[in-house]
Write a protein that binds this ligand. Structure first.
Ligand code: GLN
Length: 202
């Protein structure tokens, strides 16, 4: 069974853990760098990006996360999590982790749209629309080379993947539809197969 960490500095941690368990994974709350060592994948949940960026630095978690993900561990950032891993953030001073080659803008869908549930077309998941819950959500303004755009809302990117990194502007852990958690676990299984192959070839 895959062991997935959910970064638990702040934000909607328990909802992700429950969704990951329902999708068939072990899901642990991660607060220290030691806890990163035996993970097969990491989720950075929604929350407040400026606060979490500061906490990641303070707890010495930023560099270890970057190293694990650069060496192949799958990571999924939802909402604030996608902001934290973006290459750059249009309206934030603090540097982000630069694991996903996109530019995002925080709170981008506007005040009247602070929170919304939208039927989103995500062709990679099949023809049934996904009930996507947006809460003061970021949008994606620039998609780098090698980044696959998986879904858009009102002409702005809201779901992307670059190799082992997945980003969603919305909150699949709140909608009860398990398909994106299953999609992420499939990325994790693929990465585990690859690393087993590498270790038997070595
Ligand atoms: N608006 C928040 C931020 O910029 C993100 C909101 C969320 O994660 N639901 O950090």
């Amino acid at each position: 069974m895959a062991r997935i960490g959910v970064l638990a500095l702040q934000g909607d941690v328990e909802e992700h853990r429950a969704s990951l368990r329902r999708a068939g994974a072990e899901a642990v709350a991660v607060k220290t760098r030691e806890q990163l060592d035996d993970l097969d994948g990491l989720v950075i949940p929604g929350g407040e990006s400026t606060a979490v960026m500061r906490l990641l630095e303070r707890f010495g978690l930023a560099n270890p996360i970057v190293q694990r993900v650069r060496s192949g561990m799958p990571l999924w950032g939802t909402c604030m999590g996608m902001i934290v891993v973006a290459h750059d953030v249009a309206d934030m001073e603090q540097p982000s982790l630069d694991l996903l080659d996109v530019t995002v803008r925080r709170n981008a869908f506007g005040r009247q749209n602070e929170s919304a549930e939208v039927d989103l077309s995500i062709p990679a998941l099949g023809s049934k629309p996904f009930p996507a819950i947006f809460i003061r959500a970021p949008w994606i303004e620039r998609v780098g080379q090698g980044v696959e755009l998986l879904a858009s809302r009102n002409g702005h990117g809201v779901m992307v993947r670059q190799d082992n990194v997945l980003g969603t502007s919305f909150h699949p852990e709140l909608s009860g539809d398990p398909r994106i958690h299953a999609y992420f676990l499939a990325m994790v299984e693929r990465a585990r197969r690859l690393s087993r192959k590498r270790s038997t070839a070595a």
